[in-house]
Design a protein around this ligand. Structure first.
Ligand code: NAD
Length: 503
């Protein structure tokens, strides 16, 4: 295993070109600064040091990228699914070859620990392989014969699409959205998050090296309120795949209304992990800890609310406190680190503000509840106990390594508490009572539920949330449903009667 020092030396090599050249846009296969000439500075959350300048784009840059995506669309649509599959596999190969660079850049840009980011880079490669393999069947439809017609359905790519990604695990999430769009035959304009632009650029380079034709994938950097907004409003862009906050999703829906955008939203969450007293408590403990404290808690599917049955609550929470206090906070490139710094000062201020909220609302801070101090945006892994379901710490998405524990007496009470939030992304249920598991999961308001398991993503399954956690699903064939249009063709099978007017 490499040491922190070795990793830092490698990182310095990887970052040199960003420092020297900054990150321009990539439009139609060419590097271009923002047309206004504007840039913004990108800093690392680890020590607040300068990483590079980034193009700060506006509507004119988005327009150029959308025109490039529109021009590239017919050839890419007609390129042949087998050819698309080959390119997507070549992208995956190159991601694997540069996984170390991707993981380190991601750690430095986002503050995520290397142990998770090295896996996230490889997951990104898997996304390209998975959707590449499915490209040849993406157009498949159904035969629905009626008495006079052979009705067939087929799918065609919707056209140029806009993809807007957030700063948490930006590499993996970009691959998750872009791979199915390309496999479907769409062209792409990608606007990555302003807080973490490094790996979107590396991914774009990889795609072009793998033989992706110019203009099929365009990268435009900038802020949400200008570049992001312009992308959602552009008439050439047929659909917007968005991952981010619920309130941003709501804005995008309004912005896209005039051009009738199709949208797919993956939004926030306040996901419950519900532990009944008949569960395997050791495994439940491991999973609950992993699902909130890995990835710095900056994870949409994190189990940020622990609902624990009263009969076992004291013992369970005691063990939890011991474990939380032992979680290693440190430099993201230290292989031993489990939690790194939060992404940005703004987010750090938001997360730490909940420590006072918890105190004021009368919850107990059983672990953490303070910043680490010194440079960087490090906070101690935090556990609130004695919380009530109506407290802000139990209702609002904090998006940090912060867990709110609430006790319950009965299954009905657990369900009421679980469903009492505006979100509904995931739920985790721990019980050895099969009938209860079936009953409970049926009523739990969430798009994805795991029983006696942490979140284990299986790519063919649907991913998405209900309520304020999202609209639509992706994964497997669901991704193609979004990036493609269904087309019905009815072929007459004989000379059926056609009504004759004006005869
Ligand atoms: P955010 O909504 O602030 O930003 C996401 C992206 O949207 C960024 O690229 C940003 O520039 C852009 N944006 C902002 N305003 C815009 C506008 N008016 N028009 C167009 N684009 C705009 O989210 P964030 O803080 O970067 O990410 C964290 C959030 O993402 C959390 O709420 C988290 O739960 C959510 N998330 C959800 C999933 C999921 O699958 N459900 C996955 C990851 C993250």
């Amino acid at each position: 295993m490499t040491t922190l020092e070795q990793n830092l030396e490698k990182l310095s090599g990887y970052l040199a070109r960003f420092r020297e050249q900054g990150i321009p846009n990539r439009i139609g296969g060419e590097d271009r600064p923002a047309m206004s000439g504007a840039t913004f500075d990108n800093h690392s959350p680890v020590d607040e040091s300068f990483i590079c300048t980034v193009a700060r784009s506006g509507a004119a840059d988005i327009d150029a990228a959308a025109q490039a995506a529109r021009a590239a669309f017919p050839a890419w649509r007609d390129f042949g699914a087998e050819n698309r599959k080959k390119i997507l596999h070549r992208i995956a190969d190159r991601i694997v070859a540069r996984a170390d660079e991707i993981a380190m850049a991601e750690c430095w840009d986002t503050g995520q620990a290397f142990r998770f980011m090295s896996k996230a880079a490889l997951r990104g490669a898997e996304n390209f392989r998975f959707f590449g393999d499915r490209a040849p069947s993406a157009r498949d439809g159904q035969a629905l014969p009626s008495p006079t017609l052979m009705n067939i359905t087929t799918r065609v790519p919707i056209g140029p699409v806009g993809i807007i990604t957030p700063w948490n695990t930006p590499f993996m999430l970009s691959t998750w959205k872009i791979a199915p769009a390309l496999a479907a035959g769409c062209t792409v304009v990608h606007k990555p998050a302003e807080f973490s632009p490094l790996t979107a650029r590396i991914l774009m380079e990889i795609a072009e090296e793998a033989g992706l034709p110019a203009g099929v994938w365009n990268l435009v950097n900038g802020f949400g309120e200008d570049a992001g907004k312009a992308l959602t409003e552009h008439p050439a862009i047929r659909a917007i795949a968005f991952v981010g906050e619920s309130k941003t999703g709501s804005m995008i829906m309004k912005q896209g209304a005039d051009t009738l955008k199709r949208v797919h939203f993956e939004l926030g969450g306040k996901n419950p992990v519900i532990v009944f007293d008949d569960a395997d408590l050791d495994r439940a403990l491991d999973a609950a800890i992993f699902m909130i404290y890995s990835l710095n808690g900056e994870r949409c599917t994190s189990s940020s609310r622990l609902l624990v049955q009263e009969t076992i609550a004291d013992e369970f929470q005691k063990k939890l406190v011991e474990r939380v206090n032992r979680i290693k906070v440190g430099h993201p490139l230290d292989p031993a680190t489990e939690i790194g710094p939060l992404i940005h000062k703004t987010h750090f201020d938001k997360v730490t503000s909940y420590f006072d909220v918890a105190r004021k609302d009368g919850a107990t801070i059983a672990a953490g509840g303070e910043a680490v101090g010194g440079e960087g945006y490090f906070v101690k892994p935090t556990l609130f106990t004695g919380a009530r379901a109506d407290m802000r710490i139990a209702q609002e998405e904090i998006f940090g390594p912060v867990l709110t524990a609430i006790t319950f007496k009965t299954e009905d009470e657990a369900l009421d508490i679980a469903n009492s939030v505006e979100y509904g992304l995931t739920g985790y249920v721990w019980t050895n009572d099969l009938t209860r598991a079936l009953r409970f999961t049926d009523k739990l308001e969430a798009g994805m539920i795991w029983v006696n398991s942490e979140n284990v993503r299986h790519l063919p399954t649907p991913f998405g949330g209900v309520k304020a956690s999202g609209i639509g699903r992706d994964g497997g064939d669901w991704s193609f449903e979004f990036y493609m249009e269904q087309k019905h063709i009815g072929l007459a099978t004989g000379r059926h009667h056609i009504p004759q007017l004006g005869k």
